[in-house]
Design a binder for this molecule. Structure first.
Ligand SMILES: [Zn+2]
Length: 233
């Protein structure tokens, strides 16, 4: 029996635990921070701000129209009152009326534009609200499946941790220390299988003699190339 048997088993457990932990972290992040929902909410807020701006512009155009209309009425009243006889004064007044009419017409155009923009913004906001609700629904069902996955991974982790506890007593303390160091140095993979006289992790060829030693129970043998512990099954 290869000396690395229990370490190899430990490696299998730890590799799966590493995968589970990475997946659990990403599930946790997805549950806490859903970018789709954030984007939908942001769009809704942007359109609501546009809508507010349209309402404000419309009110301002309406206020200004009213003011100009009053001025026009007053100017026209003076013009047709028959009280003004001075031709220069009359011409000035006629010019005022014409200019007020132009101004009023421009303001009415602006009012119309504002109303159209407001209608568009209302329709867009309605769309955005629907999109938000639909995204919210999707997120809820996606989160439900993420939560199911999370629970199942947590259960698997419990089982693996129990298995780990069962394997540990079979491993010599100094071998375990070597294993832990290698795990840190070799991106989590400290023990690798020996297949067809080659290291499974790095592919380096292993001499027959070296492979024979790896099959012995008494000592750990490492890959001469990558330094990982070799397990000969
Ligand atoms: Zn190797």
């Amino acid at each position: 029996m290869s000396a690395a048997l229990h370490l190899y088993r430990l490696q299998q457990i730890d590799t799966r635990l590493d995968q589970i932990n990475a997946r659990l972290t990403s599930i946790q992040n997805a549950l806490e921070n859903d970018s789709d929902l954030k984007a939908a909410r942001q769009k809704q807020e942007e359109i609501a701000a546009t809508l507010k701006e349209c309402e404000r512009a419309l009110q301002e155009a309406e206020r200004e129209s009213t003011t100009q209309r009053i001025k026009l009425e007053q100017a026209e009243a003076s013009l047709y009152s028959g009280k003004i006889h001075n031709p220069k004064e009359l011409t000035d007044l006629q010019n005022d009326v014409a200019s007020l009419k132009r101004r009023l017409s421009a303001l009415e155009d602006r009012q119309l534009e504002c109303m159209l923009a407001l209608e568009e913004a209302r329709a867009a906001l309605e769309q955005a609200q629907k999109a938000y609700l639909s995204t919210q629904g999707q997120v809820i069902s996606k989160n439900a499946s993420l939560k199911t996955e999370q629970e199942s991974l947590e259960k698997e982790r419990e089982t693996l941790l129990a298995q780990r506890q069962a394997v540990l007593p079979a491993v010599q303390a100094n071998w375990l220390a070597q294993y832990d160091t290698l795990r840190q140095q070799k991106r989590g993979l400290a023990v690798t299988a020996l297949h067809d006289d080659a290291c499974d992790a790095c592919g380096a060829a292993i001499t027959r003699a070296h492979a024979q030693t790896a099959r012995h129970a008494q000592q750990l043998v490492t890959c001469p190339s990558c330094g990982r512990i070799l397990f000969a099954g």
